[in-house]
Design a protein around this ligand. Structure first.
Ligand SMILES: Nc1nc2c(ncn2[C@@H]2O[C@H](COP(=O)(O)OP(=O)(O)O)[C@@H](O)[C@H]2O)c(=O)[nH]1
Ligand SMILES: [Mg+2]
Length: 220
C-alpha cells in the first residue's frame, strides 16, 4: 500500500524536464540572460553582470516551473566553438537565439549564423525564439526593426545566391519561409530583466505544446 501511495504521489508531483539551448554570437548577452533567468526563478541568484566573463565551453542552469523543469544550456558563441552547437540539437526541446540589437556592425554576421540555425534539419520542428537583446540601450533596434533587418539581409543573400545556384537557393527558401512565418521575435534586456519572464513563459508553453504534438503523432 505504501509503495502504491508513494508511486501515486511521485506521479502527481512528477516534473518533466526539457532542455533549452541558448545560442548566438559572442557578446550577444547569452550568459547575462541565463544568469538573469536563474536570479528571477531560483532562490540562489545567478551571477551579477559584472562577474560574467567570456564563456569558454558552456554554462548551465535549471529552473522549476509548474510540473516542468527547464534545463538551459548557454553554449559559447565564438567562431571556433560554434561548431559544437549541432551536437546539442538532437536532444534539445527549444532553441533561443540571442541577437545583440545594439551592435549594428555585427548584425550581418549574426544573421549569417542565425540562418544556419534556422535551416538546421535536426531542429526544424523544435520551437525557436529569436531574442532581440539589449533593449535597455537607446541605440538598440526594436523587435520590428530586427525582423525587417533579417528579412532584408535574407533577400539580399537570396538575390546573390540566385545568380549562382538557382535550384538550391529556391529549395532552401521554401523551408525558411515556413520557419520564418512561425518565428517569434521578442525584445529583452538581459541586463535589466525586461521581457525575460515573457520569454520564459513562451518557452514553457511551447515545450508543453510540442510534447503534446509528438505524443499525438506517436499515438496515431
Ligand atoms: N546594455 C546591455 N548590455 C548587455 C545586455 N546583456 C548583456 N550585455 C552586455 O554585453 C556583454 C556580453 O554579455 P555576455 O552575457 O557575456 O554575452 P555572451 O558572450 O553572449 O554570453 C557584457 O558586457 C554584458 O554586460 C543587455 O541587455 N543590455
Ligand atoms: Mg557567454
Amino acid at each position: 500500500m505504501y509503495h502504491l501511495l508513494k508511486g501515486f504521489h511521485e506521479y502527481l508531483t512528477r516534473k518533466e524536464e526539457f532542455s533549452v539551448i541558448i545560442i548566438g554570437l559572442d557578446g550577444a548577452g547569452k550568459t547575462t540572460l541565463l544568469e538573469k533567468i536563474k536570479t528571477l526563478y531560483n532562490e540562489t541568484p545567478g551571477l551579477s553582470p559584472d562577474k560574467i566573463g567570456p564563456t569558454v565551453g558552456q554554462n548551465t542552469g535549471k529552473i522549476t516551473l509548474p510540473s516542468t523543469i527547464l534545463q538551459f544550456w548557454d553554449l559559447g558563441g565564438q567562431r571556433g566553438i560554434r561548431n559544437i552547437w549541432p551536437k546539442y540539437y538532437d536532444d534539445c526541446h527549444a532553441v533561443v537565439f540571442v541577437i545583440d540589437a545594439e551592435d549594428r556592425e555585427r548584425l550581418g554576421e549574426g544573421w549569417e549564423v542565425f540562418d544556419s540555425v534556422l535551416s538546421a534539419p535536426q531542429i526544424l520542428e523544435v520551437p525557436l525564439l529569436l531574442l532581440a537583446n539589449k533593449q535597455d540601450s537607446p541605440l538598440s533596434l526594436s523587435v520590428e526593426e530586427i525582423r525587417t533587418d533579417y528579412e532584408d539581409w535574407y533577400q539580399h543573400k537570396l538575390g546573390s545566391a540566385r545568380r549562382d545556384r538557382f535550384g538550391e537557393a529556391e529549395m532552401a527558401a521554401a523551408t525558411r519561409r515556413e520557419r520564418l512565418a512561425s518565428l517569434d521575435v521578442m525584445g529583452v534586456s538581459a541586463l535589466e530583466g525586461t521581457g525575460v519572464r515573457a520569454a520564459v513563459d513562451w518557452l514553457f508553453l511551447r515545450v508543453q505544446n510540442s510534447r503534446r504534438e509528438s505524443q499525438k503523432n506517436s499515438n496515431e
